[in-house]
Design a protein around this ligand. Structure first.
Ligand SMILES: [Zn+2]
Length: 318
């Protein structure tokens, strides 16, 4: 029993060290403003930060935008791991037993969350289903429904979806840490304003072009397309499972030729080589597109969405 406790403690230490190490890229002088804070430093670590556990990168981005220097985030699904296929092991979930807030996307993205929350047995844990209240896109393919459930989970790759998710997260942070209510509210309002302004900029641009469809790595852009009246075609299906058959690939080739597709988008985790092959076949360029399912190129959520939108727009004007 004792041995087990020691093991658990050392695991916890490793997890929290890892979380500290991967946290801030360059958050300049954010924390220096007020020195009136409490002086209850019982340990050398900053234990006063709200401990937030999230499932994957997009959730981390939203929590960071709202919680900034008042939160310490640990991400359960490791970067570079395909989140659709992820099954957590016991050690991936150690942080949940001590976290104050747990944020997941929902819509079937993380089928394991209920079990994980039960196993954590953490009575204080505030659980946030970030997509709660969304107008979800239904899957139509019977195979997809059977395997992954009813809905397309990719709500976060939509500026409108991000607004909803950030607001749900803000409510969860306030519930867990009511003393900083105004701080979370202001940050959330700022983030939403930035999302709105990016949306308005691109809504105008997309309305002005006749071409409306683009080709991606996996079908992750359904909500983004709905926001702007666009259409996606993909090398892989919604759940990034497996490469296309020869028949599907030849259909894609035909589609690209018929629609003068000049840019094929590739994702790091969804058969980038198939995207390359396809592009070569139809004489198109390959461009990177971000799904924000994992950390990508050290960029924030807004930077990645800005890049996605600029490239999609470019592809529609070629
Ligand atoms: Zn995906």
């Amino acid at each position: 029993m004792k041995k087990w406790t020691v093991m658990l403690l050392s695991l916890l230490t490793i997890v929290s060290l890892a979380a500290c190490g991967s946290n801030n890229p360059a958050s300049t002088s954010a924390g220096t403003g007020t020195s009136a804070g409490s002086s209850d430093q019982t340990s050398t670590q900053e234990t006063s930060k709200l401990q937030v556990s999230v499932t994957f990168d997009a959730m981390k981005e939203f929590v960071e935008a709202v919680g900034q220097d008042k939160v310490e985030i640990s991400t359960i699904i490791p970067d570079g791991t395909e989140p659709h296929d992820f099954e957590p092991k016991a050690q991936d979930l150690v942080g949940l037993s001590t976290a104050k807030v747990f944020v997941y996307n929902g819509l079937g993205m993380e089928a394991w969350v209920d079990k994980a929350v039960n196993a954590a047995n953490n009575a204080e844990l505030v659980t946030v289903e970030a997509s709660k209240g969304a107008d979800a896109i239904e899957n139509t393919d019977p195979g997809e429904i059977e395997e992954h459930g009813q809905y397309d989970p990719h709500l976060w790759i939509s500026l409108k979806g991000a607004e909803l998710e950030a607001k749900n997260i803000k409510d969860g942070l306030i519930q867990a840490d009511p003393a900083n209510k105004d701080f979370y509210q202001t940050n959330c309002d700022d983030f939403v304003a930035q999302l709105e302004s990016l949306y308005n900029e691109y809504n105008k641009k997309f309305q002005s072009v006749d071409k409306k469809s683009f080709v991606t790595g996996h079908a992750a852009f359904g909500y983004l397309c709905r926001d702007f009246g666009l259409k996606q075609n993909s090398v892989e299906d919604v759940f990034a499972e497996g490469e296309p058959t020869a028949q599907q690939l030849s259909e894609l080739v035909e589609y690209c030729r018929a629609n003068n597709v000049a840019i094929i988008f590739a994702e790091e985790m969804a058969s980038p080589d198939v995207s390359q092959t396809l592009a070569k076949e139809v004489g198109a360029e390959v461009e990177t597109i971000y799904t924000i399912e994992s950390a990508e190129d050290g960029m924030t959520y807004l930077e990645r969405m800005q890049s996605n939108l600029a490239k999609i727009y470019e592809s529609l004007t070629k």
